[in-house]
Ligand binder design. Structure first.
Ligand code: NAD
Length: 477
């Protein structure tokens, strides 16, 4: 969908997120013809540098993180010509008048707050003071949106002083993934699934976001946060809501977000026996979690698994098992909707029994797969086997169609189009914190996280969490 020319200001434009994600995403959209004539990108940060030096930094970032497109030197040269830099201090007056003069009043203006949340209030205040916070202005804010309910409320309150909710785009990049949107197309665009999408037919649902890497250079931040705050409260909860929500009347921002909010509000409070926390141990070549975060006594979890129940008509009786962690066997993220067994096997138990499982894969490759039962080919009699009906994009659509945009490309363009459907509303974020806050409070009082081996599937107790219900996690692979 074409977009009008726009101005995008990346505040924190020299930071890791800008270099790794935002700038390469903009470059790809530029190459796709989505940055109309007159559009501009302004990098703004505390670092003193001029536009030439910034363009050099952008060019290096694209070479490193821009994928195959980075080879398009002519495209890169033209893209760099749209970029400028302003030295700006969120907490002082430096740069604000220059920014005011640089942005074009007849354009949609998006200000991407690619800085820590402690600066959001300062930025909002100064945008208004310098006359840039009008109707044409949108702000994009990154996670973490608070570290508990109280701080998220405070952030919402500060932003609401200067902006209407319709101008605030809270990013959760999981919602920008093509497959996550495809999940909604599959659920609500087909007659096949929705009638079965309830506790009568669905045995349980699993959501796994597994990483093979450790905390890396983010140790200090991560140790103050942990898997519950860093992943569960936002990314996994968002996936959970999309899977569990009622069909919205329309695919528009408030219809979708109202339904997601209802899911969070219908969640039973979590009981301590339904949560397992873990912390990874050292290997011969890799340091332990505690060593990496340089905190010998850390009780922060690098893994969390939990069982959640939704008390509503659709889902009562169908548990949701969620887990996420670092240094696990593989980098793999998926949602699995496990349907119940057929009530009776007409082929006898010897033929084997298989369940239908709808798998929505998010990483490393995106795609949707439905496991169906068929007869094993050949003369061996009626033996049943499981085969996947593969809806993986590359296979079904051909390589051109499967080259879909990265989540950031999609989400940044949605900001420019003014479409908030895939962004979190303030009350949603608060409701998610309201659910996780009591659990996190228990962490402080309760047992420390359980150790688990690097390259494993997390602590054994996480396996027991699901085994005791007569179920098993899907293998991480
Ligand atoms: P970073 O430390 O690499 O960069 C921070 C940027 O903010 C720099 O450009 C710095 O110059 C600028 N800055 C700091 N103080 C400033 C001030 N007073 N005035 C103006 N500019 C100032 O951080 P990052 O990794 O790019 O992360 C930015 C935000 O995005 C953080 O809130 C982070 O939690 C979030 N985030 C980052 C990632 C990631 O992959 N890096 C992923 C998700 C969310």
């Amino acid at each position: 969908i074409p977009v009008e020319p726009f101005d995008l200001v990346i505040i924190g434009g020299t930071g890791d997120l800008a270099r790794r994600k935002i700038l390469p995403a903009l470059f790809r959209r530029y190459l796709a013809g989505q940055m109309g004539k007159g559009s501009q990108v302004i990098g703004a940060a505390r670092t003193e540098m001029d536009t030439e030096a910034y363009r050099q930094m952008v060019s290096e970032a694209i070479a490193e993180f821009g994928g195959a497109e980075a080879k398009n030197k002519t495209g890169l040269k033209k893209f760099l010509a749209l970029i400028s830099y302003i030295t700006l201090d969120a907490k002082g007056d430096t740069g604000w008048e220059a920014l005011h003069d640089a942005v074009q009043t007849d354009h949609v203006r998006a200000f991407y707050f690619s800085v820590g949340p402690s600066l959001f209030g300062d930025l909002a205040k100064r945008l208004q003071k310098h006359g840039m916070a009008d109707d044409q202005c949108r702000i994009v804010v990154e996670k973490p949106f608070g570290r508990d309910l109280a701080s998220a409320r405070e952030l919402n309150k500060v932003l609401a002083r200067y902006f209407d909710e319709s101008q605030i785009y809270r990013i959760d990049h999981y919602l920008g993934k093509e497959t996550v949107q495809n999940l909604m197309a599959v659920r609500f665009g087909n007659m096949l699934f929705e009638p079965l999408w309830n506790s009568q037919y669905v045995d349980h649902i699993q959501i796994t976001v597994a990483e093979s890497v450790g905390v890396g250079g983010r140790g200090e931040y991560y140790d103050r946060s942990g898997a519950m705050r860093d992943m569960m409260q936002n990314h996994l909860m968002q996936l959970f809501c999309l899977i569990a929500m009622e069909p919205p009347a329309k695919f528009d921002p408030d219809s979708v977000r109202d339904e997601k909010l209802k899911v969070i509000r219908a969640l039973d409070p979590l009981r301590p026996e339904n949560i397992v926390r873990g912390q990874y141990e050292a290997t011969e070549t890799r340091p332990s979690y505690r060593k990496q975060v340089e905190n010998r006594d850390s009780t922060t979890e690098s893994f969390v698994a939990l069982k959640a129940n939704i008390s509503n008509w659709r889902w009562a009786g169908t548990p949701f098992y969620l887990r996420t962690g670092k240094r696990l066997r593989e980098r793999a993220s998926e949602i699995a909707v496990v349907f119940k067994d057929a009530p009776h096997s007409i082929f006898g138990e010897d033929a084997g029994r298989h369940r239908n499982i709808l798998t929505i894969k998010l990483q490393p490759n995106e795609g949707i797969e439905l496991g169906v039962t068929i007869k094993e080919p050949g003369p061996g009699g009626m033996r049943l086997i499981d085969v996947p009906l593969d809806m993986t994009f590359a296979e079904a659509l051909g390589p051109d169609q499967a080259d879909f945009p990265d989540a950031y490309e999609r989400l940044i363009m949605d900001v420019i189009r003014g479409n908030q459907t895939l962004f979190m509303r303030g009350d949603e974020v608060e409701a998610a914190w309201a659910w996780t806050d009591p659990i996190i409070a228990e962490f402080k009082e309760g047992e420390p996280p359980l150790p688990y081996a690097t390259g494993s599937s997390g602590p054994d107790e996480a396996l027991a969490l699901i085994h005791r219900d007569g179920r098993a996690w899907r293998e991480i692979k």
